[in-house]
Design a protein around this ligand. Structure first.
Ligand code: SAM
Length: 270
């Protein structure tokens, strides 16, 4: 594939900062990311979010054993992709406004690949949580700091509500760090790629659990007891915490995944 700079010049376009347009130039990472998504269980459809100039798309189309659908916001890039890949299924516009659940219901089991626009990391992640029952495997590149929050364990600086919720919903595999030189134009920060594989081995009510976790972290400077009381005043949180030997001074970031699950169980008991 020609260098993004060349293609952009041909299209009389510039990389748009507002759309986090940093185009992948590393053949190694294009290969690694597309292989990671096609290595998973065979889906009924593969979605690529923000295909840009097609650095991943062109390889994905060769490897994919299922129809590929692209979601691209930029009109010029969408026109370019339609010309490059005649007949490709492309949904133009904001992926956050696309009816993903409806599309997934029609498609069946879906695998997702994206070098995500940085500004969409969190909203796209939570959109994917919503359609998790339809997902086989998701391969995403995030800003490194966001990926670190996803995979952080208790005691690490990046650990927080996002880490616990992400790890409850998905088995997360770290694929490694992409230096800013892997993109054109190079972003100010490094990126990190991960594989997300849906899970819920204990059949937990992850919605209820996520609400409790978010409540516990509501005000980072406050103790979790007062945060929990503020959001769910009807629950005897003191009792629920004491039941598993937690002092009222405990902070949300001190609890591991299993302790949050215990807290959910105790919060329900009369
Ligand atoms: N996948 C390409 C690559 O690896 O070279 C481009 C990645 S670039 C980081 C992000 C892409 O997402 C751009 O093509 C950008 O136009 C697109 N994008 C930004 N915001 C979007 C949105 N809300 N919905 C869909 N695509 C979006």
């Amino acid at each position: 594939m020609a260098h993004p700079k060349e293609i952009l010049a041909r299209l009389q376009a510039n990389a748009r900062k507002s759309l986090s347009q940093n185009f992948l130039t590393s053949p190694h990472w294009a290969e690694t990311l597309t292989q990671a998504v096609t290595d998973g269980p065979t889906p009924d459809a593969i979605w690529e979010i923000g295909p840009g100039l097609g650095a991943l798309t062109q390889i994905l189309l060769k490897k994919a054993k299922a129809p590929v659908t692209l979601f691209e916001y930029d009109k010029k890039l969408s026109a370019f992709l339609r010309e490059e890949y005649p007949g490709i299924s492309l949904i133009e516009g904001d992926v956050l406004k696309a009816p993903l659940e409806e599309l997934a219901q029609k498609a069946g089991k879906v695998a997702v690949l994206s070098n995500l626009p940085y500004h969409l990391s969190s909203p796209v992640f939570f959109k994917l949580v919503e359609i998790k029952p339809f997902l086989t495997r998701v391969v995403l590149t995030f800003q490194k700091e966001f990926a670190e929050r996803l995979i952080a364990k208790v005691g690490q600086e990046a650990y927080g509500a996002l880490s616990i919720i992400a790890q409850l919903h998905f088995k997360i595999t770290n694929l490694g760090i992409l230096p800013s030189g892997a993109f054109y134009p190079p972003p100010a920060v490094a990126s990190q790629a991960v594989i997300l594989e849906p899970q819920n081995p204990r059949n937990l009510d992850l919605n209820a659990l996520s609400k409790i976790i978010k409540a516990g972290f509501l005000h980072p400077r406050k103790k979790m007891l007062s945060n929990l009381k503020q959001v769910f005043p009807e629950v005897d949180w003191m009792k629920a915490m004491e039941a598993q030997g937690l002092s009222p001074n405990t902070r949300a970031e001190e609890l591991n995944e299993a302790q949050w699950i215990e807290l959910l169980n105790h919060s329900k008991s009369p």
